[in-house]
Structure formats: C-alpha cells, structure tokens
Design a protein. Sequence first.
Lengths: 410, 410
Amino acid sequence: MQKIEGGVTAVEGFTASGMFGGIKKNGHPDMALIFSETPCTVAAVFTKNRFPAAPLLLDKRHLRKRQGQAVIANSGNANAFTGRRGLSDAEAMARTTAEALGIARHSVFVASTGVIGEFLPIEKVKASIPCLVSHLARDGGRTAAEAIMTTDTFPKEIGLIGKVGRSEIKIGGMAKGSGMIHPNMATMLAFLTTDVAIHPVLLQEGLRVVTEQTFNCITVDGETSTNDMVLCLANGSRGGMISEKGAAYHQFLSLLHTACLSLAKMIVQDGEGATKMITIQVTGAKDDHSAYRIAKMIACSNLVKTAFFGQDANWGRIVAAIGNAGAPVDPTKLDLSFVNPNEGADRHGRVILLRHGMHQGEKAETGVTALLKKREIGLMVHLCSGKGKATVWTSDLSLDYVKINAAYRT
Amino acid sequence: MQKIEGGVTAVEGFTASGMFGGIKKNGHPDMALIFSETPCTVAAVFTKNRFPAAPLLLDKRHLRKRQGQAVIANSGNANAFTGRRGLSDAEAMARTTAEALGIARHSVFVASTGVIGEFLPIEKVKASIPCLVSHLARDGGRTAAEAIMTTDTFPKEIGLIGKVGRSEIKIGGMAKGSGMIHPNMATMLAFLTTDVAIHPVLLQEGLRVVTEQTFNCITVDGETSTNDMVLCLANGSRGGMISEKGAAYHQFLSLLHTACLSLAKMIVQDGEGATKMITIQVTGAKDDHSAYRIAKMIACSNLVKTAFFGQDANWGRIVAAIGNAGAPVDPTKLDLSFVNPNEGADRHGRVILLRHGMHQGEKAETGVTALLKKREIGLMVHLCSGKGKATVWTSDLSLDYVKINAAYRT
C-alpha cells in the first residue's frame, strides 16, 4: 500500500471542481462537484441525528438504486431544519447538476454543511452548477476539498494505491470537519472514490464497518451533526468483481480502512481550536463495547480535554471519566500510561503513571508532563478484566474552541 | 415558607465551624465541621461514579444505622483514588472527630473535595479537628460553607422556615460546586440540617426524590465527580413524627425541594467560568424520561453552551442537540421559545423562535438576541407529542471555564 496524490481525483475516471458560489459571506470557495465518467456503485452512511438535513433525506432515496455518478456539495449552509423548502432546494441541486452533466437525477448525491436553519440561496447555487461542470478537471480534487471546508483550517485529502486480488486498485478521498465531530456516524462529510469492482451490498457493508472503526471513533466536541455522511463511489474499472467476503474483499477493506482513518485523524488534528491530537487506547475491558464506552467517556470529558490543553498530567480527571462510563471497572487493576504515538509503545517511549491503581511516583509524573508538551499524545488504559479493546481519537478543549464557537454565526 | 439566615446553623440545635487546616496551598479555609447537639436521623445520596472516593465508602457504612451527629469535611483534596490508605485516612478523620466531640464513630460522616489522586495530609487534618470543635458556634454556618469551597466564587447557603403539619419547621443547607457538575447524583457536596421529626426510611426516600429533581437536574460540564454527596441531618426536635406519606410528609418534601433547588441553582450560577444561568424546560415529550434526555442533551452540548456565551441565538445547534438525544421527536411539531425567567413565560416575557418547526422571522430573532444578553435565560422546548416534561439548569461554556480547568493543578 502506498500513498498517492490527487485526493478524490487520484483515481482514473474521476474529475472534480470547486468554486465560490456566493453562499459564504467571506468569499471562500463553497461549491464542490465530484464526477465519474462512468456510472458507479454507491455506498453511504448517514448521521444518526434524529433531524437529518434535507440533502440526506434525498440521498437516502437515491441510494436505493445503489448507483451514482456525481456528488454536488456546498459549504456555508447546512440546508438542515429547513422543512419542505429545504428538500425542494436539495432536489433542485440534484436536478440542475443532473441536467448540466447529462445524467440521471438519481445518480446525483447532494451534501451540505454549515449553518443550520437557514434556507439555501438556491438561485446562486443553481447558477454555479454549470460553471462547476465546465471546470471539472482530472486534478480538481484539491479545489473540491477546499470548497467543502467550513471552520477547517486545511483541506483533507487522501490517495492510496494497493493490491486487491491480482490488481492494483486506487482509493481517493476528501473530508471536512471540524466542529460537531463525535462518534456516531458521521460527524462530517467524507467522499471516497475508487476504481475497485465490487458488489453494491458488499461495498455498503464494508463502508459501514470501516466507518464504525474510523470516523465513528473520533470526537472533537461530542456533537453529532444533522448533515454527516460518508459516501463512496466505485467505478469498477479495475480488477475482477468482488462478490464475496474473500481475500480480495478484506484487502479492499484494509485499504478503505487506511483511507478513512487518515481522513478521520486529519479531522481531529484540525478540530476547532485543537492544539493536541490525543489517541486513547483502552484494552483489557470486559468487552469491546465497554472499552469503547470508556474511551469515548475520556475523549468527551471537558475536564480531561482542558487538562490536555493545559499540558497537565491530571490523571484524576481521567480516572473520574473512566468511572463515569458506566462500564464495570476495578480501580485496583487499572493501568494508565502515556506514550508518544510516533515512537510506539515500547519501553522507551512509554511512561506508566498508574499500575494496578497505584501512582508510580514523581519520576513518572515528570515523564508524563514531558510527553504532554508534544502535539501528539497517546493515552493507554488497561483494565485487566477481559479482552475488550477500542481506540478513539480526540482533540483538546482550548480557548480557541470557545472563541470560534461563541462567534460562529456573527 | 420563608427564607431565613444562617445556612446549616439556621436550625436550632446545630453548630458549625470552619478553618484553614493546611491542605490548600493558597491558605484559604479548607476544613469544616457541622455538629448536632442531639443524635439525628440521617439520609444521604452518593455519586454514581464507579470510583467513589474513600469518604463515601466509609459514609455508606455509617449510613446503615441511619443515625448521625456530625459532618467533617475538607476541601483542597478529594481523597479519591487513594486506595487503602485513603480509606484509613477517612476513618482517621471520623475517629478523631468522634473523639473530640465525645460521640460514636459511626455518627460522624466524612466528605472531601478537591484534587483527585493525592493522599490527604492526614496529620494536618487530625491536628485541625480539636480546633474546629472548639470553634463550633450557633452562627458558624457561613464559615463552614466557606471552608468547603474549591473553585467556587461564593459560599452557598440556604435557610427556610415553613409549616409541616401543625408545626413550623426549619431547614438549613450549604453546598459547593463548581466543576464536575452534572446530573447523576450528586455532582457536588450539599449538607442539609432540619429539626423535623421523620422516620429514617421516609427521610432517605424523600431526599432521593428531591435530589433527582434538583441536584440531578443541573449540569455545568457534564462530569460526575467521585466525591459527590447530599446528606441531611434531622434532629427531630419539632413537630410530630412523620411516619407515613401523608400531608405532612409532602409539606416537608416541598420545603426540602425548595432548599435543594436553591442550592442547586447557586451551584450553576457559580459554574466554573459561567456568565449565564440557563433554565431549559422541555414539555410535550413522549414521557418524562425523554424530556429529561433532551433537556440534558441541550444542556451538555458544548456548541449550545458556547453559543450562549457568545449571546448568539444559534437555534440550529439547539435543534441538532435535540436530534441527538435519541428520543423520538417530530421536527414539524417543534416549538422553541426563549423567556426571561424572572419575568415569567407570559406573552410579554416570551419570544417564540420556532413554531411547528418554522422559524418565526427576524423580529423573533431580534427579540431572542435581546434576551440572550441577560444573565438569566430561559429556553422552552415544546414537542407536541405527549405529556412528558423536565427542567434542567446549566451554565454557558466560557473562555474562563477553559482557563480555570487548564490551570487547575498547576
């Protein structure tokens, strides 16, 4: 497996474009289009929020055919909680795109991200679409990735090439964060392209599994947005058709996992106001679900997150968070250690702060404090009560998070 | 019902004291004692955190006899996650207090609050106790309330007098916040004194019910501390014994509810870094539990809380939080309005922002923006799908919250 450039257009057969369509007040790019020259198999995973935004309602309908050829996305306005008019605006986006591209309406998927509860300036959106179509380019991935950014500070792209069966296949991807990021599907927008040939049911199942292990294991602020989605277009131009859960399927899943995890981690790195990237690994739990609950509880604790921001080895807050997860834990069996994730967890890079619930003294604390000064921090929790494990990625809670979110609409 | 001065010593038969015993680095008072001249009936509710602190383990044992006469408390150190030594330190606190007061050991309840994971300076604590005993005073409530403060900016006291059956009874109380405040018992320390005569089982049940409706309905930062407890001492000097759930019991519960709610609201008002006091009232939910989940989800949303800090009528975030609660809701039936809680919810003080899911226009938004500039804000959510209701109180998420918690241990 190797990284390649190009984002969603890293894969042959895909073009993309991005532009300013008049939605954002600051004049930044706010419209993106991804297009496949040939019809694709489509899979998607949507938010679990009870108020899915209008584009998601439309996409769920389009997804029934498991076929697609284009994604039209805008930033700056979520088209969420906009009722019937919102749905008809999303339909207009799909229809205008389909007409401009000369493809079927149900082949177009729509995504929106931004402020909730305001109507889309649909005339501006419609007027932009022909321009987006005329600018579609084989190297357009970056401009498309830029056009879906909201409070993101950098575009998030991935490209991978790797062996699936006897063929080399490619996966391209782009995503946006960076507020309302929380495990529970989907917490952001992510679009993946690939040239793999795969049965639609397997693509859907694979995307769901991978999403659970990647995008749903990150949290910035514990919020699940109304607009979150992960969507994958597979044009099937490479390799034999994957039609069963054999070796090729698992090779593809492994590639997809790497692509999604890379994007997910970029979202955490770019979490609103984030100064730290924290990997929380829980092992030895009763089962995987308990491990996940504990990891998530630590990752969502404002007190833990502010302590990370303050570079304070305040393990009492971590322990309190573990105790709040509602999962069975024995304090006398609790190991807590910190690592530099880039150096691995061997005896050089790892500092054990608690062993069997006992604090390991000032030297350990000094070691942890040194690790906390790094931008990337690994926290390992071992519970000695089973084989359950989970990993969650999160950012710290900084002054800038509050500044960004206190001022967002104004 | 009338308010009276005196906090926990508002009730005849109770004395209290507070002092600096050498635990806090800043030299502020950190030891408090409450004493009843006669043995009391005791009830208590403890944290649901899986790692209850050492004092709570001891108190649970002492509570079995349902009798008590003193509370010894310290701030600056939580004596939590301190293993066997922590438990023996808590026992030493109880024993030393019992000896100095000449009462039985199991009549003494111990409470600690402060940093987790450090051992108590038990010699200093023991040395302070005789001094606390010698300073016990009928007007000592305030000094005791001051001595349990951690990041609190003001002491929290309440005194009430009201009719129960044919007698006038009194309730006194004190509490401390102000971080790790979240519904789920008990999220802080609260001590109540009363002269009511009541059967121990009814006192325990009454305290639990009232705690659910008051202390468990506040949240500052979504954290449940390892040390939280609410404890009530009833010396039984007034009125006939309440031994059934009749009129007198409910009169007493009403008084207790008022006392606990007053303290709970003071804790929110004094939430770490809080600039706003927000009352979230959910009505028309499928059932009370759904209403509570929704109110809590709004109250715990960092995005909602930062919007309140920014005085931004960002209702999209509120709607997203409602959708995340996992409770059934219909967006087309959702009413959202803001009130000034001090002016009531009549047509003058209330601004309806969403009616049946439809935004009510710019005038409504302007009205809400004006309300958001006040220190106290009321948010009313009506779901039109049942009779379930719940009220939760919370604070905003400010820059100072992050500053306080990034620097807490250092």
